[in-house]
Design a protein around this ligand. Structure first.
Ligand code: HEM
Ligand code: NAG
Ligand code: NAG
Length: 564
């Protein structure tokens, strides 16, 4: 009897611990967090979904960011969906820099890492601490300037393949000379970047531009689509992000489908890794150095280089997870960038014409298909140095960053510097201004990283910040220089030690494809089609009224006939 009572009270005690902790997190912690005294949009709910929509939905966020700055100042308090999801929303460049630079304090929050690693494993994107450091260290040589330069011919030729494919589709459609054909640019850009990542990433031909029935390609594309871009929303993903084992216990269709894709990926990509290791070993036995230029070869070589201490080496599993990560982080981001640039060119015909004139001026007399590797390198050098192309890409990446926003969490209490006055909200709702140089951010506070917010901030970019004007890059306003960013004062590729590792690679892809497409086709809006934006992990285009069909960006594509 006493044993039974003892057992029962033990159970009760065990249940009490999580309940007490949840109660603390829900009711006590939020009230004690000093950042709640920063002003922000009103909220009086336990579960607050609206704030996330305000700052994450690209149809609202631009105006909302402006409204926040005008109304509440550059450091604002907003709420995530769960009661303990207390967020600092900052459009203060000094504050943002601090958060993005101090990666040992500000990590990616557990739920978001969980979502990513559940899909692609613990690669560079979702790892933290020593694991991340090791992976990034091994990967850096694979993304060096020289390594990227070696990829140029390979990427450039994919541009020609895409152009040829489009020409043949347009021909087959039987459109009269001088007339156009409506193509879903978003889908084609996606195939093209997957193809590039296959060859440049792991020396593997998906042939995705020609056909899309490759087993490995399908596993990746469908996994990302089902698990990310076709998210149904609701509470389940929010809960399973915290409690991932629930998915194992109660799998639904999505979970089962993802597991099936992962099995294919592990089998096929796993085999590629073993083959590559064998080739490298074979070359070594013959006293040679393996010549592979793809990221997988370089990762493997880097792992065995004497520069890397033994304890910083990575495993086969790490390699697979990083390949998955490159597929995840490097394909749709780049293809959406290309898609939005083509869209902007279609809407702004004058920009498109100027760009075409510039690119035609570097077109070689011989057909691009017949060029040698050296000739491609020198052609690419001219393309890459074309100033207007550079401006168009920068401006598009500013206006529609494919990654709309990100998030960090403070893993320690921290004093965060601020460069603009803090507004405080008293109990009676009256807002006062306070000139302080730092604010206290307790452990557990989330920090919203408004990428689009900084890119479109009128306080830095001036009154024309929301418009598309590539010429602005010839003469940037002075305040812009305060914005942190890996790439031209844009937060598009984030900043600091966790910034994008693939920026250079994406530039090679964008420039190669834009050269191939703009010199061979004219783009205009598809008649009767209205394009909308939605943020589904990435900022994607949709046809208004056909949102359910998934991302799409139909444009009218007309072959451009030039006399050479
Ligand atoms: C236009 C194209 C691209 C954009 C806009 C972009 C943007 C970003 C952003 C914003 C981050 C930071 C994410 C965060 O902090 O939450 C990031 C990280 C990353 N990107 Fe990119 N990216 C692009 C292309 C690529 C390419 C081509 C690769 C090639 C493999 C790549 C690989 C990565 C990786 C591995 C990380 C994680 C880095 C780390 O945490 O150490 N990205 N990217
Ligand atoms: C299945 O569960 C996952 C996460 O637990 C969720 O993201 C997804 O939307 C669910 N799928 C369906 C079809 O409800
Ligand atoms: C990286 O190097 C270590 C130490 O030499 C080795 O044990 C490990 O298997 C290597 N990783 C891969 C993926 O080859």
């Amino acid at each position: 009897m006493t044993l039974l009572v003892l057992a029962a009270s033990c159970c009760l005690a065990c249940a009490l611990i999580p309940i007490t902790y949840l109660t603390y997190l829900t009711f006590i912690w939020p009230r004690r967090n000093p950042i709640t005294s920063l002003p922000g949009p009103p909220s009086n709910r336990l579960f607050e979904m609206r704030h996330m929509t305000l700052v994450m939905d690209p149809r609202k966020s631009t105006h909302m960011h402006q409204h926040f700055v005008d109304e509440y100042g550059r450091n604002t308090y907003i709420r995530g969906p769960l009661p303990w999801d207390q967020r600092l929303f900052t459009l203060d460049p000094v504050t943002m820099s601090h958060v993005l630079q101090h990666t040992t304090i500000y990590e990616k929050p557990y739920p978001s890492r969980q979502l990513i690693s559940g899909l692609i494993g613990v690669g560079m994107l979702s790892a933290e601490g020593q694991v991340h450091k090791r992976q990034r260290r091994v990967a850096i040589p694979a993304f060096s300037i020289q390594a990227m330069r070696a990829l140029v011919p390979l990427v450039f030729r994919k541009g020609t393949v895409l152009k040829e494919k489009w020409m043949s589709i347009i021909k087959e459609a039987g459109v009269a000379s001088g007339e156009g054909h409506v193509m879903d640019v978003c889908r084609w850009a996606s195939r093209a970047t997957f193809d590039v990542m296959g060859t440049a990433g792991f020396d593997y031909e998906f042939n995705a531009i020609q056909n899309d029935d490759n087993e490995l390609l399908k596993a990746y594309v469908e996994m990302f689509e089902v698990a990310v871009s076709r998210q149904s929303g609701g509470w389940r993903p929010i809960i399973t992000a915290y409690l991932p084992w629930l998915d194992k216990l109660f799998p639904n269709d999505t979970v089962r489908f993802v597991a099936k894709c992962q099995t294919v990926i592990e089998r096929v990509a796993g085999r590629l890794i073993q083959e590559k290791k064998r080739k490298i070993a074979e070359a070594e036995e013959k006293g040679q150095v393996y010549q592979g230029k793809d990221l997988l070869s370089l990762l493997l070589k880097s792992n065995s280089s004497i520069d890397i201490p033994l304890e910083q080496r990575i495993s086969d599993q790490d390699i697979l997870h990083n390949i998955n990560t490159f597929m995840f982080a490097g394909t749709d981001t780049t293809s959406l960038a290309l898609t939005w640039i083509l869209y902007l060119c279609a809407v702004y015909q004058d920009v498109q014409d100027r760009l075409r004139t510039e690119l035609l001026s570097v077109l070689p007399p011989a057909p691009v298909e017949s060029l040698t590797e050296d000739e491609i390198q020198s052609l690419y050098a001219s393309v890459s140095e074309s100033p207007y192309l550079e401006n168009v890409i920068r401006e598009a990446m500013r206006l529609i960053p494919p990654v709309h926003s990100s998030i960090r969490v403070a893993t320690k209490d921290d004093m965060v510097p601020v460069s603009t006055p803090i507004k405080r909200k008293a109990a009676d709702g009256v807002i006062t201004e306070e000139a302080v140089s730092q604010i206290f951010v307790p452990k557990g506070t989330f920090i919203h990283v408004p990428i689009e917010g900084f890119n479109l901030d009128k306080g830095f970019w001036g009154p024309t910040a929301w418009g598309f004007n590539p010429d602005r890059w010839n003469d940037l306003p002075e305040p812009v220089k305060a914005i942190p960013g890996l790439y031209n004062h844009l937060l598009t590729f984030s900043a600091g030690p966790r910034a994008c590792i693939g920026t250079r690679m994406s530039a090679i892809e964008l420039k190669s494809f834009l050269f191939a497409l703009i010199t061979n086709f004219k783009f205009s809006p598809a008649p009767g089609v209205e394009i909308g934006k939605a943020n589904v992990v990435l900022t994607r285009p949709y046809v208004r009224g056909k949102e359910r069909a998934g991302s799409a960006l139909p444009l009218l594509v007309t072959p451009y006939v030039h006399d050479t």
